[in-house]
Design a protein around this ligand. Structure first.
Ligand code: HEC
Length: 135
């Protein structure tokens, strides 16, 4: 009986600790909020959220200017909506290549070649890919 109580107590404590020490809402399936991205006291730690922040940053990805992306308010509609990415891009390298330089697949693409033009760093592109695959 006593062991059970202790166990329940310990589990509750563990739950409390993990709830309050995890970084602010991980971006899974939708873009993180500006609040999460700009939280100086508790900056995003994981690649997915960092990638989401690159995507919605107007001076970086600004991907939602052209693409509909879950969690963003300004839905661009001049490009395909970024949905079901894992199913549509089972090959991660192909997804990365599209973001690195869209003009390889379509020489007349209006999408900026984020890697070739060094708009994003290699690390930022990796993070964007990680985020994309949750959409
Ligand atoms: C200026 C508009 C524009 C911006 C900004 C833009 N894209 Fe695109 N993107 C396009 C267009 C248009 C296409 C359709 C294919 C083409 O024309 O290259 C596309 C295609 C894609 C595709 C392939 C989609 C599919 O369904 O095959 C992915 C993935 C993608 N973009 C990701 C991104 C990411 C990530 C960003 C931000 C880092 C971004 N795009 C920013 C216009 C844009």
């Amino acid at each position: 009986m006593q062991t059970t109580t202790k166990f329940i107590g310990a589990s509750a404590l563990l739950l409390l600790v993990t709830t309050f020490t995890l970084p602010a809402a991980q971006a899974q399936g939708k873009a993180p909020t500006d609040q999460v991205c700009n939280d100086k006291a508790n900056p995003p730690q994981d690649a997915v959220t960092k990638g989401g922040c690159v995507v919605i940053n107007r001076t970086k990805g600004n991907c939602h200017a052209c693409h509909a992306i879950a969690g963003t308010s300004s839905h661009g509609n001049i490009a395909p909506p970024l949905v079901s990415m894992k199913q549509r891009f089972p090959d991660k390298a192909k997804l990365r290549a599209q973001i690195w330089d869209a003009t390889v697949a379509n020489p007349r693409s209006v999408m900026s070649p984020f890697g070739r033009h060094k708009i994003l760093s290699e690390q930022e592109i990796d993070q964007v890919v990680e985020f994309m695959l949750t959409l």
